[in-house]
Design a protein around this ligand. Structure first.
Ligand SMILES: [Zn+2]
Length: 181
């Protein structure tokens, strides 16, 4: 087993109704297809997916390095929540994800910390100018799923967040185009 030094949270940026009625395993297969055929990776980038109903699916085996945060894949476990389309890093968890996801994710994180020690839990947006996972991970861990920043903090952050979100989208589109070229 590789040495685990951290856990990083993501979202799939899909709409709440994405592949409604399909099993979590089927959704994982679809995301794997994006990562393998779209990005040219060897496998799905994430190690776990947490579905809207709280079902957890495994992605890439955790003994293998993932592909989820540029420059921070070594030693980390990547977990992605289904949903988060249109989210911002200043949003509350509960604006984009379900109570069952909250419970399932906290359980999964507790299990992983039991296995690998009290490694830091962070979000993709702690490393890159991205909305992903669509909430502030430290605040969610500390204060729960409905915790959002104070209104004045949101006002100040909104314009920058929207701008960074659009830039990230443009960059992702360019990355995908280049990967397919
Ligand atoms: Zn991410």
């Amino acid at each position: 087993m590789r040495k685990i030094t951290g856990i990083i949270l993501h979202c799939t940026a899909t709409r709440p109704e994405f592949m409604d009625g399909q099993t979590t395993a089927t959704k994982a297969d679809e995301i794997r297809r994006w990562h393998v055929e779209g990005n040219g990776w060897s496998d799905i980038g994430y190690h776990y997916l947490v579905d809207r109903d709280g079902t957890v699916a495994t992605g890439r085996p955790i003994d293998r390095t993932g592909a989820h945060v540029r420059g921070h894949n070594t030693g980390t476990i990547g977990i992605s929540l289904l949903g988060g389309h249109g989210s911002a890093e200043t949003d509350a968890f509960a604006e984009h994800f379900t109570d069952r996801q909250d419970t399932a994710l906290r359980t999964l994180l507790a299990d992983l910390q039991d296995r690998f020690g009290a490694v830091p839990i962070t979000g993709h947006n702690d490393y890159a100018a991205k909305a992903c996972p669509g909430f502030n991970v430290a605040r969610w861990l500390d204060k729960g799923p409905t915790a959002a920043p104070a209104p004045e903090a949101v006002d100040a952050a909104t314009e920058a967040t929207v701008y960074r979100w659009r830039l990230a989208e443009i960059r992702d589109t360019a990355d995908r185009a280049l990967a397919g070229a």
